[in-house]
Design a protein around this ligand. Structure first.
Ligand code: CA
Length: 313
């Protein structure tokens, strides 16, 4: 199955509608999330020009010299914010470090790390406002998902109300994949190793460079190219568990460009997680998985990807 493209127009940001209006969308979303775990949504209300502006200002940040980025480094799994240098992270722990760098914004708390305003003018404002747009869209998608499962329609939304605050670890992550010099690549190294995401759902915006692949149910990787004007959304592991494996959290990866291609790649991902203190219990009433506290589960996954880091707060 290919990754479906759905029209989100009826529930785009700003539209308020009755649940009956959302039935067709919810059926199609359910099919996508049960059969492949990924979907492209168009007409969400987040315009391509907004995404382009985030990409442009992100690039300015990533092109800063390392000495400007090092003081903003991510230093702990408890506070997931900050800069992650190339080859620091192994999303597949059996491969060498990923050939990517990232900057994470976990909450909009005043203590979060930001480059100085005179170093990248407008960066914080642009990124913070995009964070909130992603929050709003995530809540809408979560609502349609609950509708599609014929459960309490607000169950997921009510568990994500703290997004953006210190009570929730949802993260906006801007990513930069520098030019690849093939003679320097280690055996088995990729731009991003095979992994599945940790939380509820992920929103992904990518430039036109390609490389992302998603594993389908037959175990084959298929391309997930950029489709301008859409957002690519996938189910993450905690949501698969929450839905007793009805929704699939599919593995994905980012391949190297072909030899000789020295182009960069950029993407922006928003990882929606439930509020830290929410207990996740199978929403069908079964006990397929024991209840788990959202933050306990997510922190365990960070420890697997980064190693157990010293926690600074
Ligand atoms: Ca991912």
């Amino acid at each position: 199955m290919k990754i479906p493209v759905l029209d989100f127009e009826v529930y785009r940001l700003g539209e308020n509608v009755t649940d009956e209006t959302l039935m067709e969308l919810s059926r199609n979303l359910r099919t996508a999330f049960t059969e492949i775990g990924f979907v492209y949504l168009r007409n969400t209300g987040i315009g391509q020009e907004e995404v382009d502006a985030v990409m442009e200002i992100s690039k300015k940040f990533f092109l800063l010299p390392a000495e400007d980025k090092i003081p903003l480094s991510r230093t702990s799994n408890t506070c997931n914010y900050g800069w992650v240098a190339p080859e620091t992270e192994k999303l597949n722990p059996y491969r060498p470090g990923d050939l990517k760098e990232a900057f994470n914004i976990t909450s909009l708390h005043p203590d979060a790390a930001w480059p100085a305003e005179d170093v990248v003018p407008g960066f914080r404002q642009t990124i913070e406002s995009f964070f909130m747009r992603c929050k709003d869209l995530s809540l809408r998608v979560l609502r349609v998902m609950a509708l599609s499962l014929d459960i309490d329609v607000d169950i997921f939304v009510n568990s994500h109300k703290g997004i953006g605050s210190d009570l929730n670890k949802s993260t906006l992550r801007i990513l930069h994949y520098p030019p690849v010099r093939h003679e320097m690549v280690k055996e088995g190294q990729l731009r991003c190793g095979e992994h599945s995401d940790y939380g509820s759902i992920t929103l992904l915006f990518q430039d036109s460079k390609g490389g992302l692949q998603v594993m389908n149910r037959s175990g084959e990787y298929i391309d997930a190219p950029s489709i301008p004007g859409t957002v690519l959304i996938n189910i993450a592991d905690l949501m698969q568990r929450w839905t007793s494996d009805v929704f699939i959290s599919a593995k994905h990866r980012v391949l190297l460009p072909p030899p000789g291609d020295v182009s960069t790649r950029q993407s922006v991902a928003f990882f929606a997680h439930p509020d830290d203190d929410v207990t996740i219990t199978c929403c069908d009433g079964s006990n397929k998985y024991p209840p788990v506290k959202s933050w306990v589960y997510i922190l365990e996954r960070f420890n697997d990807s980064y190693g157990k880091m010293e926690t600074t707060s």
